[in-house]
Design a protein around this ligand. Structure first.
Ligand code: CA
Length: 756
């Protein structure tokens, strides 16, 4: 069986090469090295069923199913799954990509758009590509300097970098074939964290930045030359300036003519795309609005197209064929950028070509992918902003509970979404979609100060607060403006923050089974991030990497945990599986960071071992996974700040406000936990002296701290500095002790990490 598969795989791989002298017959096993590296094309993708051992796109196939037909590893033997190899990247940043494996070579991406090509049987490096990033873009990464994968096509590896470049690399050696700047305005808050999508003759890339001042768009480039073919904006610009394409005229009618055009308005395509060759349609998921509150953004109302929508385009010219807006007048960071899966389902006795998505807004959508018509939409998590989605109109029916413009409200789901970027998976054998689910609500309110647009800075404006203790929750400064919590929560869903793996039947729109993955963090933000992306197989399995460092295999029919491998590194990416020489491997990019995942919370592998970024591959009978050296933790008293207090009360208030707006997305300064990002209450005398150089001059850009010149004035930077000094003294006076991790020194004595 295995041998037959190998031959079929070879035959499929050879087809496109016949004209170029592939020269082997289908019954001769072909050594991977004999083929052109990274050779994936339309014929090969169409014939993917004939090579079950391949994983050719982010989600393995054109349907983006995250399903593999391999069954060598199955329910009966998965308990024998253990270590095969690892490839150490060593990055402190998070990993969110799922690798591609073609002809025995694995291609994947890491921090900022670095690319790694390794032997898929051994982990031996073939080549790596680690571009120098423009440091000015680091502070614009809302949720970590991450990248969600590469596209491999006809001997090239395509990747987008944080600073906006799309690269075509030669799959043989990683050399640059071409590079283009994909940004329309490098002063705005654009970044790229998503994978490129191949659609017929073009490679398409989107971007992120809707919390800043991005105006969403995707651009298509010629695969061979990098020449721009078309660009599709997802939201209009100021109508007074005219429209780049006709779809925007239609969209502009759904915006107040007095909308905050200068802010960009969001709608960024920061994650999912898919291409359907049968219908020749490219699907995009668009993001949230900038700024969040609709009454501020478009005071006269309107649906604000094409925010939070799924859009189908013709890849030839970028013309829109249909759109479906999941959240009209988006108001809560409810992106529809989540992964989309294409499938053929029997619904009410009819075969339907569907596209499925579980966007942040809490409803699971099944649409007809030929025309975008709604088939069904049901809540897969607690939802209170809308009562339901009307099947006739295709629109959600709002309850009013989501309107926080005039008074604070508790809204479900939270801005983290019922489901975020972590891939869901569809198993055609069980008929179930497995979703890494977040159950959370959050309190929303408006800030006191009037909105003031700042180019290239955070402009999201609406404030959200999680129902938990700590800086992001009820102990933060903003929470003091909330009415009594029991008033806000009365009659609303349970506010305990939790994470689940939920098996969802897309035909009946009901839960088949669920597993609570909250663990010890139930009620804390980390509970919602413990469960990473999912992958499922014909072996009857669902695989998931977790923040705890456990890599688990669940029974796809029941959710029962069949096996757990202690990886020793926190994980959030989706795993994948493939064969080389007849051996099935399961691989995952292990590494935490990004969004709330950057916190090294007690109980995570990141807390115990640090964030040792690597690719880990498993196989049957492999034995234990090697762990990084364990870190030593000690509760240490907060040191006396090395500089005296300063600043007037007004300056300190201003500093606090600026700090929350511009700094806390990275520097959360939490007690009792550590992260790779410095706690600024612990600045040394040296750092205090260099504060302006670091914040405005970019002196530590190489460490990921980009310059804020143009965002903060010298006076404002000084206000932030004064506020941090005040915070340090207050913490010191409270006698706080906080857990810091210590790398054991060579002589065995614990030594602290270098202070900020
Ligand atoms: Ca967002």
């Amino acid at each position: 069986m295995v041998r037959r598969r190998t031959i079929l795989a070879a035959a499929a791989a050879c087809l496109p090469l016949l004209l170029q002298g592939c020269g082997r017959t289908a019954d001769t096993p072909v050594e991977p090295a004999a083929r052109h590296a990274g050779w994936i094309d339309a014929d090969r993708l169409d014939a993917i069923d004939s090579e079950p051992g391949a994983w050719l796109t982010g989600g393995r196939d054109q349907q983006q199913s995250y399903y593999s037909p391999l069954d060598q590893i199955n329910r009966e033997n998965v308990a024998r799954l253990g270590f095969a190899w690892q490839y150490e990247i060593g990055s402190e940043h998070g990993f969110e990509a799922t690798p591609i494996v073609v002809d025995g070579v694995m291609y994947t991406s890491g921090a900022g758009g670095a690319v790694y090509a390794v032997d898929a049987a051994t982990g031996a490096e073939r080549w790596k590509f680690e571009p120098q990033l423009d440091p000015g873009f680091m502070r614009k990464a809302c949720c970590g300097i991450v990248n969600r994968g590469v596209a491999v096509w006809r001997g090239r590896v395509y990747v987008g970098t944080l600073d906006g470049y799309l690269y075509a690399l030669n799959a043989t050696d990683g050399t640059v074939a071409w590079k283009v700047d994909t940004f329309t305005d490098r002063e705005r808050g654009y970044t790229i964290t998503s994978a490129p999508q191949i659609a017929k003759d073009v490679v398409v890339i989107g971007n992120a930045g809707a919390e800043f001042d991005a105006r969403g768009y995707v651009t298509a480039y010629d695969l061979e030359t990098g020449e721009q073919r078309w660009r599709f904006f997802t939201v209009p610009g100021d109508p007074k300036l005219g429209f780049e394409h006709r779809e925007l005229k239609k969209a502009a009618a759904t915006w107040d003519p007095q909308s905050l055009w200068q802010v960009g308005l969001g709608g960024t395509v920061w994650d999912a795309m898919a291409y359907d060759p049968e219908l020749d349609l490219l699907y995009l998921g668009t993001g949230n609005a900038a700024p969040y509150p609709r009454k501020l953004r478009s005071p006269a109302g309107g649906d604000n197209l094409y925010l939070a929508s799924i859009i189908a385009l013709k890849p030839k010219n970028g013309r829109m064929v249909w759109y479906y807006q999941t959240t009209p007048a988006e108001n809560w960071d409810y992106t529809a950028t989540q992964k989309m899966i294409l499938a053929d389902l029997e619904i009410d006795g009819k075969q339907r070509k569907v596209i499925m998505q579980a966007p942040k807004n809490g409803f699971f959508y099944v649409l007809d992918r030929r025309d975008g018509k709604l088939i069904s939409a049901e809540p897969y998590v607690p939802v209170n902003w809308a009562s339901h989605v009307d099947r006739r109109t295709g629109r959600p029916v709002e309850t009013g509970q989501g309107e926080y413009f005039d008074s604070p409200k508790l809204v479900f789901p939270s801005p983290a979404g019922g489901h975020n970027w972590q891939p869901m998976a569809f198993n055609p054998r069980t008929g179930l979609v497995y979703i890494p689910v977040i159950e959370a609500g959050s309190f929303w309110l408006m800030p006191d100060e009037p909105f003031q647009y700042q180019k290239g800075a955070l402009n999201s404006t609406g404030i959200y607060i999680f129902p938990m203790r700590g800086e992001w929750g009820l102990d933060g400064a903003a929470a003091r403006k909330l009415p009594p919590i029991d008033e806000l929560t009365r009659g609303q869903p349970d506010t305990t923050l939790r994470g689940f793996v939920r098996a969802w039947n897309p035909v009946t729109q009901k839960v088949a089974w669920e597993v609570d993955v909250s663990g010890q963090w139930a009620g804390e933000l980390f509970a919602t991030w413990n469960g990473g992306g999912l992958m499922t197989t014909a072996g009857g399995l669902v695989f998931q990497g977790r923040g705890t460092g456990e890599f688990v295999a669940l029974d796809a029919d029941t959710g029962r945990q069949l096996h757990s491998v202690d990886v020793g590194t926190s994980m959030m990416a989706a795993p994948m599986t493939y064969t080389v020489n007849g051996v099935q491997y399961v691989a995952i990019m292990a590494g935490l960071g990004g969004a709330a995942g950057q916190e090294h919370v007690p109980g995570t592998a990141a807390y115990r071992y640090g964030n040792m970024g690597r690719i880990v591959a498993l196989r049957l009978d492999g034995g234990p996974v090697p762990h990084p050296p364990e870190l030593q933790h000690a509760a240490i008293a907060f040191p006396q700040p090395p500089v005296a207090r300063r600043g007037t009360p007004a300056e300190l208030d201003r500093g606090a406000e600026l700090y929350v707006r511009h700094c806390t997305q990275c520097h959360s300064n939490m007690d009792g936990r550590s992260s790779g990002i410095p706690d600024l209450r612990r600045m040394t005398a040296e750092t205090h002296a260099a504060f302006a150089d670091v914040v405005l001059g970019g002196a530590r850009a190489a460490r990921g701290m980009g310059s804020f010149s143009g965002v903060l004035s010298a006076v404002e930077a000084e206000a932030v500095h004064s506020y941090l000094i005040e915070l340090a003294w207050k913490t010191f006076e409270a006698g706080a002790a906080s857990g810091q991790f210590h790398q054991p020194a060579a002589d065995g004595t614990p030594a602290g990490l270098p202070p900020p």
